[in-house]
Ligand binder design. Structure first.
Ligand SMILES: C[S@@+](CC[C@H](N)C(=O)[O-])C[C@H]1O[C@@H](n2cnc3c(N)ncnc32)[C@H](O)[C@@H]1O
Length: 221
């Protein structure tokens, strides 16, 4: 979504990575695993720092890449709850967190994120919505009451989808005006439903942040 120079700058001017994060990036490249990517990782760390986050909840953690970006901002007394349906991915996340020295602030929950969140009271300072696009609205509904005032809900993959079929920002712009095309099989309709849900919620203020595949950042006001 940016010029090549902006892409490079977003990468080179973001916080330093450690060797564990570099290894996670190499794994994602090797396996074609859809992590949030470096730019979004840095933006999430920024959100965690700005909200002074003690409590983070993640819907869809994979092997822990996005959570690992936030871990230094949460601090040893904080908590990040990782949720993942794939047990093998979650085991890898645990191993990466142990190697990086962040396991003390992480809880690894195997299962459907929507079931897991029901077991937590919150308040959460930051929630990452990155599981299944079709269930983003459900994810927001499940966490909204548990988000602290001033806390944020960040949803990934909202401006572009490299799925098959995917969509581009132009498709979203058109669909927000006219509704998604009838034959559309991409996640466009789910993203529009999510946008309308968060936008229409008087307790949240939503801003689009064009990094990676695009974020909606909804602050509980
Ligand atoms: C796009 S990946 C992102 C992973 C991670 N946030 C990252 O950036 O590396 C989405 C992950 O969510 C997991 N997932 C999908 N539906 C889920 C659900 N209902 N509950 C928990 N995890 C889910 C998938 O198995 C996959 O690993």
């Amino acid at each position: 979504m940016h010029t090549d120079a902006v892409d490079r700058l977003l990468s080179t001017t973001s916080p330093e990575t450690d060797e564990v994060l570099d290894e996670m990036e190499a794994q994602a490249d090797r396996e074609g695993f859809p992590t949030i990517g470096h730019e979004v990782g840095a933006a999430l760390r920024l959100c965690a720092r700005l909200t002074d986050a003690d409590s983070v909840f993640e819907l869809g953690s994979g092997f822990g890449y996005s959570a690992y970006w936030m871990a230094p901002a949460v601090g040893p007394d904080g908590e990040i709850v990782l949720t993942e349906v794939d047990e093998d991915e979650l085991d890898q996340a645990r191993a990466y967190f142990e190697r990086g020295g962040y396991a003390d602030r992480a809880v690894f929950e195997h299962g459907d994120a929507l079931d897991v969140v029901a077991e937590y009271d919150g308040p959460f300072d930051l929630v990452l919505v990155d599981h299944q696009n079709e269930r983003y609205v459900e994810g927001f509904e499940a966490v909204r009451e548990k988000v602290a005032p001033g806390g944020v809900v960040v949803a990934d993959n909202v401006l572009h989808s490299s799925g098959d079929p995917g969509f581009e920002p132009e498709d979203l712009e058109r669909a927000l005006e006219d509704g998604p095309p009838e034959d559309d099989e991409s996640s466009l309709a789910s993203i529009i439903d999510y946008y309308r849900r968060v936008h229409d919620d008087p307790d949240f203020e939503t801003t689009t942040v064009p990094v990676g595949e695009g974020l909606f950042v909804s602050v509980r006001v």
